[in-house]
Each structure stands twice: as structure tokens, then as C-alpha cells.
Design a protein. Structure first.
Length: 135
């Protein structure tokens, strides 16, 4: 469960209380009792056009179809809406409940681009999350 890892969650709990299937990406390497910070993805582009990479105006990072093995469809990494998972929640979801499944990882170059995009969105992310992601 390293920074840049991509997972599938079959029962992801959204901020609005709804649950559903979701791919997500880990943004940090927790130390001690720090939470894992994750962002969700979507392939629902709603007929909008995005430039490859950082789209600051929308708070997303766009990965076109076929450019990353983890995302066969054009995908947005939703950078502003960050979720926290404790190590216990991760382990329980992975090993006991079997609702979290590893998919792959972004790879160092793509992860660096995503983190640089997050740096541009500093004003839209909590200070706590920003520090954990960018250290």
C-alpha cells in the first residue's frame, strides 16, 4: 500500500454517505498513526473536454484512454476530494472483508505529475492533507 498504488473498492463510502464501486489512488506514505490519503477516480467525463495531465480549473488530473495500464478508459483523478483510511481500515478491507483489491500503481513519472498538480491546488486542499501528500 504505497504512494501511487491504485486499488478497487467494491463498497467505497463516499462523503455524502452513499456507497459504491470505485477505483482510488493512494497519495501518501503514512508514518506512525497517520491516515492513508486517497483520491477517487471517474471515467464519467460528462462530455467535457480535458487536456492531458493537470486541469487546475477543474481540480482534476486527466489520463487519456490507453496511456496508463491501470485506466483503460479516459479517467479523471479527482484531486480536491480527499478521503482518509486508517491502516486498520485498509487491512480489514483487504484481508478480512475482501472489498479492497490492488490494481497496480501509477509509476514514478505519472505520480510526480499528479503531486505537482496537487501543489498547484494548495488553496483547495486542507493544510494537513497538503503536508502529508507533499513531504
Amino acid at each position: 500500500m504505497a504512494k501511487g498504488s491504485v486499488f478497487f473498492h467494491s463498497d467505497f463510502l463516499f462523503h455524502d454517505g452513499e456507497k459504491g464501486k470505485k477505483l482510488f489512488v493512494i497519495l501518501n506514505e503514512p508514518q506512525n498513526n497517520e491516515p492513508y490519503l486517497v483520491i477517487k477516480t471517474t471515467s464519467q467525463l460528462h462530455n467535457k473536454q480535458f487536456q492531458n495531465g493537470c486541469n487546475e480549473r477543474f481540480g482534476v488530473f486527466f489520463i487519456p484512454a490507453g496511456t496508463d495500464k491501470n485506466f483503460p478508459l479516459s479517467t479523471l483523478l479527482q484531486l480536491i476530494e480527499i478521503y482518509e483510511f486508517s491502516a486498520e481500515e485498509f487491512l480489514k478491507g483487504s484481508l478480512q472483508e475482501k472489498v479492497i483489491t490492488p490494481i497496480g500503481d501509477l509509476g514514478a513519472p505519472l505520480l510526480a505529475q499528479v503531486i505537482n498538480c496537487i501543489r498547484k491546488l494548495k488553496e483547495d486542499i486542507s493544510e494537513k492533507h497538503f503536508k502529508l501528500i507533499t513531504r
